[in-house]
Design a binder for this molecule. Structure first.
Ligand SMILES: [Fe+2]
Length: 306
């Protein structure tokens, strides 16, 4: 019989899991156990700290609702979501626009809008135009590409944070035209504090981090035969552009509004022009969405009955 001690316990756990028939599950779980054990040995984890960790993760789970995903927020603030995005980008066979975080505020079924319509039903603040094309890697427009957009309003708040969640605002779904062109109106978003009233907020305060995301606009872009693109555009003149709490900013996604842009379809508004490039989909490729509509993860009894 194996003598279990602080070192042999890892092999004992791996041995018990060694008959896992699914090879990927076996690989992932074995690596998880090795790293988890190595972590506990490295910090010489005490029983009290172990219990604090259990309590913290319990609180993270309990903070989740069909409209709030505290675990995604935890993943985002630990840099894990951004790392998984980067690994997804590395697997692409064709260069495309860089991905960024889906974040915890994505909703499926956002309202379908006509080209040029505004996604802001209530929000005030300076109106802007966002326009450009959805292109393939050879620079040709992708006809009818789907462009989903969502963002915080001019106070840095998402609809999910202020409304009855059945109300959708500051989000919409568009289709590009036959040459891949899209355009829409919105208001200039403000950067925001991530939700700080839950366990992730406690962690951020304990680490003396500021908790802010720079102003940004989320996009999810797709077309049959292409890799779905989850990304965001960041506004350059934001105080937190270099210290995003969730590590989503990358230089190629930083942009700024231009006044009086003669090529804009709405030249009277300050505009952001951005062309998105989608790579071809590899066969049977898994989704690159590091995140999900919270209601798709955590079903409330009311939603589950639908
Ligand atoms: Fe966001």
């Amino acid at each position: 019989m194996l003598a279990i001690d602080e070192n042999t316990i890892t092999d004992a756990a791996l041995e018990q899991m060694s008959a896992t028939p699914d090879p990927r599950l076996k690989q992932v779980m074995a690596a998880l156990v090795r790293h988890l054990h190595a972590f506990a040995r490295e910090v010489d984890l005490t029983a009290e700290e172990w219990l604090e960790g259990i309590k913290f993760l319990t609180a993270v789970g309990q903070a989740c609702t069909p409209y709030r995903q505290e675990f995604i927020l935890l993943s985002d603030t630990l840099g894990l979501s951004s790392l998984v995005n980067a690994l997804h980008d590395r697997r692409s066979t064709e260069a495309g626009t860089k991905t960024s975080l889906l974040g915890p505020f994505y909703r499926q079924d956002s309202p379908l809008r006509k080209p040029g319509e505004s996604i802001a039903a209530e929000a005030g603040g300076p109106e802007i135009c966002i326009y450009g094309r959805v292109l393939n890697s050879s620079g040709q427009g992708i006809p009818n590409a789907s462009v989903q957009i969502w963002q915080s309003d001019d106070h840095g708040v998402y609809d999910l944070q202020k409304h009855d969640p059945s109300v959708m605002d500051m989000r919409g779904s568009f289709h590009a035209d036959s040459e891949g062109r899209y355009y829409l109106r919105t208001v200039r978003p403000l950067g925001y504090l991530i939700p700080m009233d839950g366990p992730v907020g406690d962690m951020i305060r304990a680490q003396r981090r500021h908790g802010y995301r720079p102003a940004h606009i989320h996009f999810l872009i797709g077309a049959p035969g292409y890799r779905e693109l989850v990304t965001a555009l960041y506004l350059r003149n934001d105080d937190h552009i270099d210290s995003d709490t969730v590590f989503g900013v990358t230089e190629s996604l930083v942009t700024e509004t231009r006044p009086n842009d003669p090529s804009s379809p709405l030249p009277n508004l300050p505009s952001i022009r951005f062309d998105f490039t989608l790579g071809a989909a590899a066969a049977a490729e898994a989704s690159g969405r590091v995140g999900a509509d919270p209601s798709q993860i955590t079903k409330s009894p009311a939603l589950a009955s639908h």
